[in-house]
Design a protein around this ligand. Structure first.
Ligand SMILES: *Cc1c(COP(=O)(O)O)cnc(C)c1O
Length: 434
């Protein structure tokens, strides 16, 4: 299978696309064509790793990793991704729980897959590969967890001092010796600029082997498509209906994976993007003009994106706004609506949702009754509410129980190094990384 950039560069093999993340022309990688599947192709498989093996095999054609697919997927899906039915009278409603991984958010899936692939392709104990990752909260923890203790691999996480929650900070700083956590005296943008500057710096690149784990890597899209495939097949076999999905969306990474799964022939009905107050996508569908902008801060902070970079992939794959809006729904939730949804979820479902997941439950409640009744809906839960306890607990009036994985992480010692937002400071910190 060959991969091309959305802007034309290529072809490259999967290994090169995984290694470089972004194409030389600045575009995003896509396979030259999506393989087509029929439901019968999955007749003998049920679990997510089994479904994933069938679905992803064509993408590995020609890759040095082709013989390792099963092992890679077993490592990626070392935790459960259940679909649970929600207790709502007369409605077929369920929730796809993507938050049972080591850092309790869906990003554990993409990070785990990327780590399993890159450590096999690039792991080198004499000259380790250094993954540089700038994070505003969730991504850095997932990447650190995925590469933790992997021989021949190092991770350097850069996060903005004082701008992540206490629990998020702990999840960024509780790993073993191969993870260095840098608390940058600056904003997230400073962290991102430092990563870019380090990768572009000739003398640093001569001393270290760098890679980044950015959110547009094809190594996130591929494994994420498999949980939509497995969940839709399970639902279709049981009911004969193609479920609709409502997906909390910021940078469009997770939602693109669902759209790709539907394109490949999986039994998926309508797909609705649930955004927060950042309305770039909704405005695009309405005005047909793509107008990226600065992001607004909301309670669903991991979705505070004003320029969703995966839109470039969707436009290439599906078409421009006039086509996209025929195939996708979009809705937006204000902070007040997110708060109301968290309270209502707790009252109706009996458990709390995180502020991101609440954009999906809000969207479902707002669907017009025709659409709501015509389909069975699967709401996508992107993180555990215990990650956002300072928002959720006052709304529901009681503590959110910590899942055991999070409790274990939070009991570990935490360590980090503070640096100024300057390349010389990063370079000095890297001297100890090897
Ligand atoms: C990253 C993230 C999102 C947004 O996912 P995209 O792929 O950027 O659309 C939603 N919820 C949580 C909890 C996240 O960490």
């Amino acid at each position: 299978m060959n991969y091309f950039s959305t802007r034309g560069a290529g072809p490259v093999r999967l290994d090169e696309a995984l290694r470089s993340g972004i194409a030389v022309d600045g575009g995003l990688f896509l396979p030259e064509r999506l393989p087509a599947f029929s439901i019968a192709d999955f007749d003998s498989v049920e679990s997510i790793p089994e479904v994933a093996t069938v679905l992803l095999r064509p993408f590995f054609a020609g890759s040095a990793l082709a013989g390792d697919i099963e092992e890679i997927l077993a490592e990626t899906f070392s935790f459960e991704i259940p679909t649970t039915e929600l207790p709502v009278d007369g409605k077929k409603l369920s929730m796809l729980e993507l938050y049972h991984g080591p850092t309790a958010a869906f990003k554990d899936v993409g990070a785990g897959f990327l780590a399993a692939c890159l450590s096999r392709l690039e792991g080198d104990v004499d000259a380790p590969l250094i993954i540089l990752v700038a994070t505003s909260g969730d991504t850095g923890g997932a990447v650190a967890a995925a590469f933790d203790k992997r021989p021949g691999m190092r991770v350097v996480v850069l996060f903005p001092d004082g701008r992540v929650s206490a629990r998020q900070e702990h999840q960024l700083c509780c790993w073993s010796d191969n993870v260095l956590s840098l608390k940058v005296r600056g904003a997230f943008d400073d962290c991102q600029a430092l990563v870019k500057a380090a990768m572009a710096d000739k003398s640093l690149s001569a001393m270290h082997r760098f890679s980044s784990a950015n959110s547009i890597n094809i190594g996130r899209l591929l494994p994420q498509s498999t949980y939509y495939a497995a969940a839709s097949l399970r639902h279709y076999r049981r009911t004969g209906n193609k479920p609709g999905f409502i997906i909390p969306t910021g940078n469009l990474g997770n939602a693109s994976a669902c759209i790709v799964a539907r394109e490949m022939g999986l039994p998926i009905g309508p797909v609705i993007l649930a955004t927060n107050a950042n309305k770039t996508i909704a405005d695009y569908f309405e005005s047909l003009e793509w107008l990226p902008r600065a992001s607004l801060q909301t309670l669903a902070s991991a979705m505070d994106v004003g320029n969703p970079s995966n839109m470039e992939r969707l436009r290439k794959l599906i078409g421009e706004a006039d086509v996209l809006r025929e195939q996708l729904g979009v809705a937006s939730a204000s902070d007040d609506e997110i708060k109301t949804a968290i309270r209502q979820d707790f009252a109706e479902f009996g458990f709390a949702t995180c502020p991101h997941t609440a954009t999906a439950t809000h969207t479902w409640r707002q669907l017009d009754s025709g659409l709501k009744d015509q389909y069975d809906w699967i709401l996508v839960a992107t993180a555990h509410p215990a990650k956002f306890e300072t928002i959720v607990e006052p709304l529901i009036g009681e503590p959110v129980l910590l899942p055991p994985e999070m409790e274990e992480l939070l009991s570990r010692p935490s360590r980090s190094v503070s640096i100024e937002p300057e390349l010389t400071a990063l370079a000095a910190a890297l001297e100890d990384v090897g």
